[in-house]
Structures are given as C-alpha cells and as structure tokens.
Design a protein around this ligand. Structure first.
Ligand code: R5P
Length: 352
C-alpha cells in the first residue's frame, strides 16, 4: 500500500485506536431533502467537530462545508436513481477522480447492490473505481446497499462485504445484524456500520456498542444523529463508545445530561428572543389604554366620596379612640409588665 493511500486512510480510521466515527450526510443523493436534513449547512455546523470524517456528496461539500474545515471528507461518487424512480440499484459513477482530488477527498465511496437487478453493473463499477483510485492513492469505501427484498442477515451481509473486499475496496460499510462477528471475520478489510433508520437514542447507542464489540472499526451514522432531538448530545454519546470505550449506560447517561443542557439553552434563547421581538410589551399596554386609571375613577365616582365620608365620621366623633383608652387605661401598662425587657432587648439589638 503506498504512502498516500495509507495517509488518507489514517485520517478516517484513527491509527492510535483503529476506530472511526464517520458522520453521514449524503442521503440527499437519492432521498432529496429528507427529514431534518433539509438544510445540510445548518445540520452539519454544530456536529462537525465531533466526527472523524464526513460522508458527503460533492454538492453538499461545496455548498455546506467551509473549505477551511480540517475534517476529512469521504466523497460519494455514485448515484443515478432516486427514491421515486424504478430501481434504486441502478447506479453509476457520477464523480471523477480528478474532481475528488480537487475537493481534497480522503476517500471516495460508492454503493454496490449485491443480489439486485443491477448487481453486475455496480460490482464492475467498484472494480473500475478501485483501479482509478489506486493510481492516486485514494481509498475506496464500498457501501453494501440492501434492496427491499433482501434480508439484512449475517449470511447475506457476509456475502456482500466479502464481494466488496474482493474487488479491492479498502473499507466496507454494512448494516449490523445478529451474529455480526461472522460478517467481520469473513471480511479481510475494516468494516464500518451504518446507523440505519432512526430508532430511540438508547437503542442506537446499543447498536454502536454491539458493532464495536463484534469487531467493526466504527460507525458511519447519519439519521440517528441528526434526526435526534439533540444531535450534538447524540454524536458525543456515540463518540464516547467509539473513542472513549464507554458502555451503553455511560453513553446514554452522557446523552441525557447533554440533552438536558440543550433544553435549558433552548428555553433561555426562546425567552431572550421573545423579549427582543417585543421590547415594548409593557409600554404598549399603557399606550393602548392611556385612560386606564382615569376611566377607573370615572367608573366609580363615589370612591373618593366614601373616603371623605369616613373623614367626616371621625370629625363627628373626635373621642372615638379616646373613649377606647378610657375604657382600658392599663392596657399598655399591663403589656410592659408582662415583658419588662421589651424595650431593653430592642435597644440591645440597635447597639449591635
Ligand atoms: C445512505 O444514503 C448512505 O450511504 C448513508 O451514508 C448511510 O446509510 C449511513 O447513514 P444512516 O446512519 O442514516 O443509515
């Protein structure tokens, strides 16, 4: 293996622990603006720093990733069918090696559809891509895509991964399944596992843990990160398994802690933006009803009148309070007798 190819591979699979966390955002190449990836730039920005590499199409790389980013790019170079077309397996190579080099890709990726109508075409394309890529020291990632009619069991996935490796793929991406050790053991090149459809966060972390335990070098996870309510929390939790050797419980606790912080920040920002959107809230209430106090008085013109009536009552009976005291001349005296230190203590408090 030449120096350039080894060097590029080491950007994707970290040599210090032989592990990889690839963030997949290439789904639009056949799904269009899939749920929660409608705006790739917004999705990628907060989570990019937590992955080892980004799996991307050239369109998204050009428009949604800064050219100053130092995250290695795994460039998808195959395509040709969409989710509403006749057959998803009808793919060809759509991006040249020159373009991949121009985009400073660290690897190129394409799908093979073993057992599908277009199996032959996609497998031959993989062989041809490896021929071309190796001229430039460019690693090839083969994605073992599974058609609707094919089961994702160990027998089938072992076959698909082995076929990809035999064609010269440097890394193979596949799905997790029961007895996944068998898939890993019969594939002579490193395997990374796709996250698949969105499942609850804890289950996705379990899948990550099981994949690593069974011998995968890492994950290429997309939907289970950016379709989560808390993508930044989720990618860090997955990372803690892949690079921090966390178990599922530890990773899930980390997810919950970071998700709670995220919720707090979100509600703070909501309150802030509410205030910013309506700085004159109190002011405008008054402005809307400048006669508020005035009208209250108008509605109850007798309010002051009755106050005056009380005043006049007192005037009519100036001895009202006096007579109360006269009825109990020892009132204050007896209080003092019950608590002779009353004044003393209030004085001592004052002196402190
Ligand atoms: C499929 O479009 C791509 O190959 C994805 O990169 C792959 O399926 C991984 O993404 P996810 O974790 O969403 O399955």
């Amino acid at each position: 293996m030449d120096w350039g190819l080894k060097n590029r591979l080491s950007r994707i699979i970290k040599p210090h622990n032989n592990r990889a966390l690839m963030l997949a955002v290439d789904h639009g190449y056949f799904l269009g603006p899939t749920e929660k990836l409608e705006n790739p730039k917004k999705v990628i920005a907060p989570i990019l720093k937590y992955c080892d590499s980004l799996m991307v199409t050239r369109g998204v790389q050009r428009t949604s990733v800064s050219p100053t980013s130092d995250t290695p790019m795994v460039l998808r170079v195959s395509g040709g069918s969409s989710i509403i077309g006749d057959d998803l397996s009808q793919e060809d190579i759509t991006v040249s090696l020159e373009e991949a080099i121009r985009l400073n890709a660290s690897a190129v990726a394409m799908s093979i559809f073993v057992g599908s109508k277009y199996e032959y075409q996609t497998i031959v394309n993989l062989g041809k891509l490896v021929n071309e890529a190796e001229k430039y020291g460019m690693p090839v990632l083969a994605v073992t895509a599974v058609g609707k009619e094919l089961g994702k069991d160990a027998r089938y996935l072992s076959l698909a991964c082995r076929v990809a490796a035999e064609q010269g793929a440097h890394i193979v991406k596949t799905y997790y399944c029961d007895n996944f050790e068998k898939v890993v053991q019969s594939c002579p090149v490193p395997i990374i596992v796709a996250g698949g459809k969105k499942i609850p966060e804890r289950d996705a972390l379990q899948l990550t843990y099981n994949s690593i335990k069974a011998g995968a070098v890492g994950l290429d996870m997309g939907r289970n990160i950016w379709q989560s309510e808390h993508p930044v929390a989720m990618i860090q939790a997955a990372r803690s398994i892949i690079h921090g050797n966390s178990n599922v419980e530890q990773a899930y606790s980390l997810y919950k802690k970071l998700a709670a912080q995220d919720n707090q920040n979100k509600s703070k920002n909501q309150n802030k933006s509410k205030k910013q959107n309506n700085p004159n809230q109190n002011k405008s209430k008054k402005q809307n009803n400048p006669n508020q106090n005035k009208s209250k008085k108008q509605n109850n013109p007798n309010q002051n009148k009755s106050k005056n009536q009380n005043k006049s009552k007192k005037q009519n009976n100036p001895n009202q309070n006096k007579s109360k005291k006269q009825n109990n001349p020892n009132q204050n005296k007896s209080k003092k007798q019950n608590n002779p230190n009353q004044n003393k203590s209030s004085n001592s408090n004052q002196s402190k």
